[in-house]
Ligand binder design. Sequence first.
Ligand code: 13P
Ligand code: SF4
Length: 343
Amino acid sequence: MRTKAKTITARQLHDTLSKIKVGGAACHYSLKKCGELTPIINEINQLKQNQNAIILAHSYVAPDIIYGVADFVGDSYGLSKDALSTSAEKIIFAAVRFMGETAQILNPHKEVLIPATDPGCTLADAITDEEVRRLRKEYPDYAFVCYVNTTAEVKAECDVCVTSANIYHIIEKMPNKKIYFLPDKLMGQNLIDEMKERGINKEIAFYKGTCVVHEEFTKEEVLHIRSEYPDVKVVSHPECKPEVCEISDYVGSTSQMLKYMRTADGDRFLMFTECGLSSRMEVEFAGKEFVGSCRLCKYMKSNTLSDILRVLKNPTDKDRVLLDENIRKRALTSLEAMFAYTK
Ligand code: 13P
Ligand code: SF4
């Protein structure tokens, strides 16, 4: 027998989403807009139940997805592990392609669907597997470490995968002295700075990619906001420039930022990350004030409730993550190496 999924009213949705001030028009929810969204949300939640499907959502996607239909919300690493722990047969991954691929690498027997219409990422798109093979010839005695923001093909060519939450811990633990990190040059420089601070002696080379969202945040912006609000705490993602990270009060992955906020002193924060996370902070940390501007990732924001509904009703091969089995197995090796280092 099919049970009826819990439904939400426009008023309930509005009570949650009206707390959001950051992100401009894209993240502004009037009662009228909530009234238009709730029938879609309720239909998605019923279909999810009928199809034994779950929805994973990265913190950067629109708040109506996070608070309306998501079963798990988090960072790319945590979400893929969440996918492993459920009995759902179908995973709708509201994020970008490399995250859906990671979930598929770890869950080969589940169907993974990506509803985004533009699921790119300037980091994942910065380097190809062919380029990694060329670099391995140029740096023959280096261990190749890839950021999770890479394609399955690139992961398959690397030794270890890392996320923004575990990169420093893993590089410190690795026995190799020579490390080639790809594809983010800003994270690469932050990695060098952090290893120096920890007194770890490694030779680190890195590739030239950047995140189009995080590279935009500037030191001048920090100084300007601090002159206006001397008590402000600056919280940055390690994809930001080293000069920004250096003067931030806290630097961490999206999940680490949320953890930091739970115990952080102070009432006023400047978040240097995508607006989705800043919106979550506004909803989940009432009483704290978020100043300055956040930035939108057009790839993450190409996920919509309508497209989630569409892939539940009529999925096509374009929405499915389809990986070559040989590549999947080789990419899995780099993810398993990451799990071994973080055990
Ligand atoms: P997290 O792994 O910290 O969630 O970051 C993913 C990402 O794309 C950051 O821009
Ligand atoms: Fe990629 Fe940057 Fe968007 Fe994250 S915020 S998905 S790194 S483009």
